[in-house]
Ligand binder design. Structure first.
Ligand SMILES: Nc1ncnc2c1ncn2[C@@H]1O[C@H](COP(=O)(O)OP(=O)(O)OP(=O)(O)O)[C@@H](O)[C@H]1O
Ligand SMILES: [Mg+2]
Length: 356
């Protein structure tokens, strides 16, 4: 009798799907899932490199940091433009995602919620959906929600409080700057631009470095991104040194004073300009009451660029000055993983309410 009861409990346990949150981004992919009593976060660079096995002569693939570091000359960031643009990139993304989810033991018996960007690119979004759907995970349910809503969930209290609120969210990603007002989860006055982005900052940094070193140092996009992520700071910015190999042999050590901080400063100014002069007037025009109400609430910054120390404060001050109105700005802890963590909370709710 007791044995039987235990057996049924175990079976039930096995049948309970795992709530999984996913963010498949152009720079990084994040998967969040419970393991035992803790919720685990797995991260990898969204890239893939193939090589030929010297014994079997079969093509094999490595992904993430390993691919980027070991095969820098041919690593492919297949979502560079934000979404899988064509069949070939969708297929590479699928290979990447399969490898990443199986390496991290993501269960097929799961409810999967994934974050999607706010861009009008139906083909790309359909490709993204098929990458997730064909991966085999999420056999119980697969749903998508806007990335900035998912990212705001960990920033605005426990549970899914964010979904019951009215607020402005701004997503600072690698390929897009997105903004909208959320009214209980509904997106109002969606705005997005590809002209003020993390990737653009990397290009500015590379140009600044060339100028600052009088043409002696040329860095690639990846190095520029690493400088930004490691040394980018609008609060306690410090000069740093690096060494390059000279083409004719030998090494050259150089110091970077302003290249990174100037690019970040420009990023904040241009973001404030887009928000104050494009997005907010559009919102005010369409929903004047929501506009007034949301400016009294904290504005949530999401996306990887919100990681930069001091960026939140700089954005808050400059936006307040530009609007001649004191606004407050907040961000989730660890912006890089916030969207996947928020998505995972939504998945948890589906599992609890058995909506699958
Ligand atoms: N610790 C960090 N410090 C500074 N910048 C960071 C940090 N982590 C990530 N970033 C930057 O944030 C950007 C990535 O943000 P995010 O992961 O939100 O983008 P994404 O969703 O892939 O892009 P998009 O939505 O625009 O397609 C990159 O430019 C990256 O360099
Ligand atoms: Mg994004």
């Amino acid at each position: 009798m007791l044995d039987e009861e235990m057996e049924t409990e175990e079976e039930l346990d096995e049948e309970n799907p795992v709530p999984v949150g996913v963010k498949l981004g152009s720079t990084r992919t994040v998967v969040v899932q419970p393991k035992g009593n803790v919720v685990r976060t797995h991260e990898a660079l969204t890239c893939l490199a193939t090589y030929q096995d010297v014994l079997s002569e079969k093509r094999r693939a490595v992904y993430g940091e390993e691919a980027a570091n070991e095969y820098p000359e041919r690593v492919q960031f297949m979502l560079r433009s934000g979404l899988p643009e064509d069949d070939e990139r969708a297929e590479t993304a699928a290979t990447f995602f399969d490898k990443f989810t199986s390496a991290n033991g993501v269960s097929e018996n799961s409810v999967v919620v994934y974050a999607i960007p706010t861009i009008d690119n139906e083909g790309g979004l359909t490709n993204l959906a098929s990458v997730i759907e064909e991966s085999g995970i999420g056999s119980q349910l697969i749903r998508s929600y806007p990335e900035s809503l998912c990212g705001s969930i960990p920033a605005l209290g426990g549970g899914l409080d964010a979904i019951n609120r009215i607020f402005i969210a701004i997503n600072m990603g690698s390929t897009n700057l997105e903004a909208c007002a959320y009214r209980r989860g509904e997106q109002l006055s969606r705005f997005s631009t590809g002209s003020v982005t993390g990737n653009e900052v990397d290009r500015w940094i590379a140009n600044n470095v060339e100028e600052e070193t009088q043409g002696r140092v040329n860095i690639d996009q990846t190095t520029a991104r690493e400088y930004k992520e490691e040394h980018g700071d609008l609060e306690n910015f410090k000069p740093f040194t690096d060494i390059i190999q000279q083409p004719g042999g030998g090494t050259h050590e150089f110091t970077i004073e302003r290249s990174v901080v100037d690019a970040l400063d420009r990023y904040v100014n241009e973001t404030v300009d887009e928000i104050a002069n494009e997005f907010l007037p559009q919102l005010a025009n369409r929903y004047i009451k929501i506009y007034k109400q949301t400016l009294e609430e904290p504005i949530v910054l999401t996306g990887g660029m919100a990681c930069i120390p001091g960026l939140l404060e700089a954005f808050e001050n400059r936006l307040s000055t530009e609007l001649q109105h004191e606004v407050t700005v907040t961000a989730p802890e660890e912006p890089v993983t916030a969207a996947a963590r928020g998505a995972q909370r939504i998945a948890e709710q589906f599992v609890e309410e058995e909506t699958f």
